[in-house]
Ligand binder design. Structure first.
Ligand code: S3P
Length: 425
């Protein structure tokens, strides 16, 4: 990446990754056809579609539109292991669906996914009646489906993937399942289940938030456009934040309140953001945003915010040295078990660019007012690290080389071309 002096233009984001996974899975177990426009172009969401095909779901992609023939709740036994590639979302959420089938499924992943914790889905699914073999709580998983029982489950970790896994399994369970979370995570599964015709109740309780859902509900297919990915937009928003004269428009962007905390934080650090054309598609809020750069102030991110911004923390950390007061990130231990150890990855790369960084067990403290220089960096085979440091490189002195930058394709194959188009030199 070469340095830039401004970020300007319009970026149409590919469909949100979280919603794409959920729609592909729910469309497969719904009755009737679904038609999904702007499905995520990332390799992770292709892994979900490939797994659904291996489970007997027929789908085709024509001019970027995915048409899926739902087969109802009962899927077909796969003849090969279900390959989830790099995608934790695929493995964790789909495990809830295969746990309710009348067959055995093997789920495998790449090297990074094979190191990631799966006990968090094994525990609730085993309580519901599935039998799951693993390599000490890590992939590969061997899931023997069963007639499941409903559970009342208090989530020990804040994870939307785990919550979604249980909610998907609950469709196959006898009785009413209740999930309780003390930190509210993204609610796309709840919103999507309603869009596909399921009924569920949710609300605030003293200790957080609860969801109740009855088993045996039938789903019906949907037609619609998937909103632009807000976590991918974060890279362009942070790029714009680096330069006071930036002007960027992002149409059709996901604005779900459980994801949009990012926009508040960016406004706090100095971006000017206006939202127009608010709309709702299948219960998800969508809008167009216009942003202008300003002064880059510092911030502390902790508690609920760290959970809500978990995917955006790497890029917020990558621009931290350029802020006036610096950025402190706390309560973000989950970053250590993502596609890479994102706390260590961010610290290593920032240090290579000449920054002073304090790495902590659950976060980072990055002083502001630092000038960085271009350097040879690692992506650690992690899409969000590759993209975060392409952004940091825009304001560094000299060129930056990111090894393994192609891993951006996990969520955003055309990221670098688009960044080149909006970065002015
Ligand atoms: C996701 C939830 C988060 C996030 C991931 C997508 C989802 O993971 O990091 O990129 O779509 O539910 P956790 O559930 O592990 O927090």
């Amino acid at each position: 990446m070469r340095p830039s002096f401004n970020v300007r233009g319009t970026v149409q984001l590919p469909g949100d990754k979280s919603i794409s996974h959920r729609y592909a899975m729910l469309a497969g177990i719904a009755e009737g056809p679904s038609r999904l426009e702007n499905y995520s172009t990332g390799a992770d969401c292709a892994s979900t579609l490939a797994c659904m095909r291996a489970l007997g779901v027929r789908w085709q992609c024509t001019n970027g539109v995915i048409e899926i023939e739902g087969r109802g709740l009962a899927l077909a036994p796969p003849i090969q292991p279900l390959d989830c590639g790099n995608s934790g979302s695929t493995m964790r959420m789909l495990s809830g669906i295969v746990a309710g089938q009348k067959f055995v499924s093997e789920m495998i992943g790449d090297e990074s996914l094979s190191r990631r914790p799966m006990q968090r889905v094994i525990t609730p699914l085993s309580q519901m009646g599935a039998t799951i073999g693993s390599r000490e709580g890590k992939p590969p998983l061997r899931i023997t489906g069963a007639a499941l029982n409903a559970i009342d489950y208090k989530m020990p970790v804040a994870s939307a993937q785990v919550k979604s896994c249980i909610l998907f399994a609950s469709l196959y369970a006898h009785g009413e399942t209740r999930v309780e979370e003390s930190l509210r995570t993204r609610d796309h599964t709840e919103v999507a289940l309603r869009a596909f015709g399921a009924q569920l109740e949710q609300g605030a309780i003293d200790s957080g938030h609860e969801i109740r859902i009855r088993g045996g509900q039938r789903l019906r297919g949907i037609e619609g456009r998937i909103p632009g990915d807000l976590s991918s937009a974060a890279f362009f928003l942070c790029a714009a934040a680096l330069f006071p004269n930036s002007q960027l428009t992002l149409p059709n962007l996901l604005m779900n309140p459980t994801r949009a905390r990012l926009l508040d934080i960016l406004m706090q650090i100095g971006l000017r953001i206006s939202v127009t054309q608010l709309d709702q598609i299948h219960g998800e809020i969508v809008g167009s945003i216009q942003v202008e750069g300003g002064k880059l102030r510092g911030i502390t991110i902790s508690g609920l915010d760290s959970a809500a911004l978990i995917d955006e923390l790497p890029v917020l950390a990558a621009i931290a040295p350029y802020t006036e007061q610096g950025v402190e990130i706390r309560d973000a231990k989950e970053l250590r078990v993502k596609e890479s150890d994102r706390i260590a990855a961010v610290a290593r790369n920032l240090q290579r660019m000449g920054a002073q960084v304090e790495e902590r067990e659950d976060g980072l403290n990055i002083p502001g007012g630092q000038a960085l220089h271009g350097a040879e960096l690692e992506s650690f085979s992690d899409h969000r690290i590759a993209m975060a440091f392409a952004v940091a490189a825009l304001r560094a002195r000299g060129e930056t080389l990111i090894r393994g930058a192609e891993s951006a394709a996990i969520s955003y194959p055309t990221f670098f071309q688009t960044l080149e188009q909006v970065a002015e030199r």
